[in-house]
Design a protein around this ligand. Structure first.
Ligand SMILES: Nc1ncnc2c1ncn2[C@@H]1O[C@H](COP(=O)(O)OP(=O)(O)O)[C@@H](O)[C@H]1O
Ligand SMILES: [Mg+2]
Length: 149
């Protein structure tokens, strides 16, 4: 193995955003790192879904989903504003399902070089060292994970 095989390139950064202060701080770290490295910055929000989508939709049962979708879009819009304030052109992405599993799968599919998350999120349970989603992603992701506190 020569030096080239060992070289590290960070060309794609994935930031997981749930709207919490820690996750917005994670966006600022990603935006500080992305442009100088020439790396793309992807802002990902996962709309939490307990039950997988069925083909049977009606207006009543779609309402909670549509509300969460709207919340997710607002969270991403806020993250995008922070990114552009940091002079970083970020790509925003919304997904649906189990947040930790989706973050891990999308990072792997995209060939993400580093994932950045907040140490805590919206539930902010203090007895845990880090939130359960940060913990799962840090344990199972294919790439390095940076947890912003
Ligand atoms: N639904 C989500 N979509 C994208 N990222 C998320 C989501 N939920 C949590 N995260 C990321 O994980 C970090 C930690 O959140 P989490 O583990 O859920 O802690 P808590 O238990 O305090 O809510 C957040 O700061 C954010 O970066
Ligand atoms: Mg949470």
């Amino acid at each position: 193995m020569n030096d080239t095989d060992d070289s590290v390139e960070i060309k794609s950064i994935l930031v997981a955003v749930d709207g919490s202060e820690h996750s917005l701080k994670a966006v600022r770290y990603a935006c500080a790192m992305g442009p100088p490295l020439g790396a793309e910055v992807v802002l990902l929000h996962v709309v939490p879904m307990l039950v997988s989508a069925t083909p049977y939709h009606d207006t009543v049962s779609d309402q909670p989903f549509l509300a969460l979708q709207k919340v997710g879009e607002d969270i991403l819009a806020r993250a995008k504003t922070i990114a552009s304030d940091c002079n970083c052109q970020a790509i925003d992405m919304i997904s649906h399902g189990d947040p930790a599993a989706k973050i891990i799968d999308i990072a792997s599919e995209r060939g993400t070089d580093i994932i950045i998350l907040g140490s805590r999120g919206l539930s902010g349970i203090r007895r845990l060292f880090v939130g359960s989603i940060s913990d799962k992603v840090a344990s199972h992701a294919h790439c390095p994970v940076m947890i912003v506190r």
